[in-house]
Design a protein around this ligand. Structure first.
Ligand code: GLC
Length: 713
């Protein structure tokens, strides 16, 4: 037997049931507040072996001190330290929904690698990321943390994040354990209201919501976090079908499962547990290994184990999974490997990290509209930057900003000054608060903007208007900001509307009024500099939306991957699927994003009319750069299964490529399609592909495609 097994079996053999349950207990420190309650008597519980891990505690100094206490406990088992490193740790990257718009998997993996290096240098072993919840509902504030509406792209991004965090060896000081969340289906709450009930068909689970979790598990994610919601009437944290039958037995997950914050005790709120003991038993029998903050495992499991209500053998398995991860993290070799201040200083926000963060921020931005080619601006004349977010550094970091330091972030105004220097005159006024009108601010902004040649208007959500417990039933810009926008438009000057948010916004009014619209999300530490890079053309925008912007919140939930229905929209008949007051399509659809060039697409051809089962076919498109300078584009491939044993979406993303073409250059871009690309969950949810006719479509967005047909034999 190898030394790991020998050591851990020997350790387990020395543990009382109380010692074992102590390892299943995750307590919250107070360096951040991310849930309903904090834990108390941390040091006492660590000293008596009643704590296996801590969250919301970091820095080499603090983790060292707490580790030292753990090593004074009877069994001297080191602690794991975890934290919500969602889009960077000290160097903050764009929020994940923004970064996903880069469609740059290498860059996304690198961002996670950098986050891991900084988190590890800060005493951490475990990050509660990637959040891979698919969502079709921009009312839900946590879309900010995910990769948008598409499961195929979301799966690829999930894999990139897990690889970035975990690297090849968890003991490597540059690696941390990933935690796939929130398992499962958390992105589909009724009404887009956070924590609300999820009620979903198995088909929707298999076709849309499960794939990214499964991909992350397949990439080797070591831990999974349960979601707050119920599934088929059973809370995820007490759902044995979900956690054991599906996750462990069907998907082969061998890591360990932690609940979300206090979710074990919240099963009493759900109403499936009447007592603390019931809740603890339900969660443990479902397959939960570690209890975040509720302490019901700590309090109830020893008695449940002794009474035989819970098998101590199962407790042993849970404990062993956690001890194995501590071994693999190198904690038994050197519990202080990540507690070195000098090393941390070399790693935090170093020039390389900031450089990559700036590139990530540039690539996350999406040019929604650029009529008359106002962008890129020239560095000349008088430029007025107006808006409540223009001088905000904190809002650059967005929600879940971990240990990000807002004082080190560049606001849009900082970026503008740095980019322009003395080449132009920069004016600034807030014009309003984020949520509250202020006539003095408005009057000042009008006066300032009157003397400008061009206005850059920076509007949107502040960092508290999205993320957890931040759903919005109305996803427009706040009224006070629309009032400011109207005042700026009235001046009749060239105006760039820059919007920031953690979700798709309802921008139909703005789209009618502004010729130039750039969406910057919450772009991170380097966001202000990256915004200036895009505005002045140092970097041409490349972002493509990974979640469509609706025309109206009433369209939600919505996705480009919709089905045809029995009565597809037809403007010539009343009896077709439509609204009386709003078109069916998105204002800015999935895959949409412009740049400072135009491209011609077509023709799109197939290498053959028929593809044999197990064979392949190549779909090609000619794309031409019509502009007088080199330019990049991310073109997309979608497939449609025209007739199948179950209804299939009108289109599904199955490929994308970023290409750079010189002025006037034409190129043939090809995608190889195999049977795997045509596979879907069949009537019994077994993955199948079926002979029949297909459409392959290529274009710059899900709403702008050229199709070609082929058949699978
Ligand atoms: C929060 C979030 C979860 C986070 C956890 C720890 O409630 O739901 O995403 O990782 O608690 O902070």
């Amino acid at each position: 037997m190898n030394s790991k097994k020998t050591f851990l079996n020997s350790l387990l053999g020395r543990m009382s049931i109380e010692d074992k349950v102590g390892q299943l207990n995750l307590l919250a420190g107070d360096m951040d507040v991310t849930g309903v309650k904090n834990s108390n008597d941390l040091e006492g519980k660590i000293l008596t072996g009643q704590c296996g891990a801590l969250l919301n505690v970091y820095t080499p100094h603090t983790t060292r001190a707490l580790q030292e206490i753990a090593l004074q406990s009877p069994l001297q088992i080191p602690l794991i330290f975890g934290y919500d490193v969602i889009h960077g740790h000290r160097t903050i990257f764009p929020i994940p929904l923004g970064l996903s718009c880069s469609w740059n998997l290498e860059l996304i993996e690198e961002s996670a690698r950098i986050a891991a290096a900084e988190a590890s240098a800060d005493g951490l072993h475990w990050v509660y990321s990637p959040m891979v919840d698919v969502s079709w509902d921009a009312r839900w504030g946590r879309v900010a943390e995910g990769a948008g509406e598409d499961p195929w792209l979301g799966s690829k991004i999930a894999v990139s994040m897990v690889r970035g965090y975990q690297g090849n060896n968890l003991a490597d000081p540059g690696s941390v354990m990933a935690c796939v969340k929130h398992f499962a289906l958390y992105g589909a709450p009724l009404g887009g209201r956070d924590y609300h009930t999820v009620d979903m068909s198995r088909r929707a689970m298999e076709e849309t919501y499960f794939p990214p979790y499964r991909a992350a598990i397949g990439a080797g994610a070591r831990t999974v976090m349960t979601a707050f919601n119920e599934i088929d009437g059973v809370p995820a944290s007490g759902n044995r079908w979900l956690l054991t039958n599906l996750l462990r037995e069907e998907w082969g997950f061998t890591g360990w499962i932690v609940t979300d914050y206090a979710a074990v005790s919240e099963m009493k709120n759900h109403g499936t547990a009447g007592t603390d003991a019931d809740a603890a038993k339900q969660a443990f029998h479902a397959g939960v290994d570690m209890d975040m903050v509720s302490e019901l495992f700590l309090i109830e499991l020893p008695e449940l184990g002794k009474s035989g209500a819970v098998s101590e053998n199962l407790i042993d398995h849970a404990v062993m999974r956690i001890l194995e991860s501590k071994w693999d993290l190198g904690l038994f070799d050197d519990p202080f490997a990540r507690c070195h201040e000098e090393h941390a200083k070399q790693v935090f926000m170093n020039p390389r990290h900031r450089k990559i963060a700036r590139q990530a921020s540039r690539e996350s931005m999406v040019l929604l509209k650029n009529e008359n080619g106002l962008l890129p601006l020239k560095r000349r004349g008088v430029i007025a930057m107006i808006g409540p977010l223009a001088d905000s550094r904190r809002d650059m970091l967005g929600c879940w900003a971990a240990a990000g330091d807002e004082s080190m972030a560049a606001s849009p105004l900082d970026g503008l000054h740095e980019a322009v220097g003395d080449d132009a005159v920069i004016l600034h006024a807030r014009g309003s608060d984020v949520l509250i009108s202020n006539n003095n601010l408005l009057d000042e902004a009008i006066k300032v903007a009157e003397s400008a040649d061009v206005i850059i208007l920076v509007l949107g959500e502040n960092w508290q208007m999205n993320g957890e417990a931040a759903s919005r039933a109305n996803i427009r810009l706040p009224k006070c900001q629309r009032k400011l926008a109207k005042a700026m438009l009235k001046l009749g000057k060239p105006c760039v509307l820059v919007t920031m948010s953690g979700r798709p916004l309802e921008l139909s009014w703005e789209e009618r009024k502004f010729t130039t619209m750039l969406h910057a999300w919450a772009p991170g530490t380097e966001g202000g500099r990256a915004l200036a890079d895009v505005i002045f053309g140092a970097f041409a925008p490349i972002g493509k939306l990974t979640m469509g912007f609706p025309r109206c919140v009433g369209q939600l939930p919505m996705s480009y991957r919709e089905k045809n229905t029995g009565r597809p929209f037809d403007q010539n008949t009343a009896y077709s699927s439509k609204y009386l007051d709003v078109p069916n399509d998105a204002l800015f659809p999935f895959g949409h994003g412009l740049t400072y060039a135009t491209f011609a697409y077509g023709p799109v051809t197939a290498s053959a009319k028929e593809m044999s089962a197990g064979g392949s076919i190549t779909i090609s498109a000619v794309i031409t750069n019509l502009s007088d300078h080199s330019a990049s584009e991310t073109l997309q491939l979608y497939l449609r299964d025209l007739v199948a044993s179950v209804t299939r979406p009108l289109k599904e993303l199955r490929g994308f490529k970023r290409i750079t073409l010189e002025a006037g250059e034409s190129r043939v871009v090809s995608f190889r399609i195999t049977t795997a690309d045509l596979t879907f969950p069949g009537p019994d949810f077994t993955p199948i592909s079926e002979p029949g006719d297909f459409e392959a479509m290529i274009g710059p967005s899900s709403a702008n495609l050229i199709a070609v047909r082929f058949s699978l034999m």
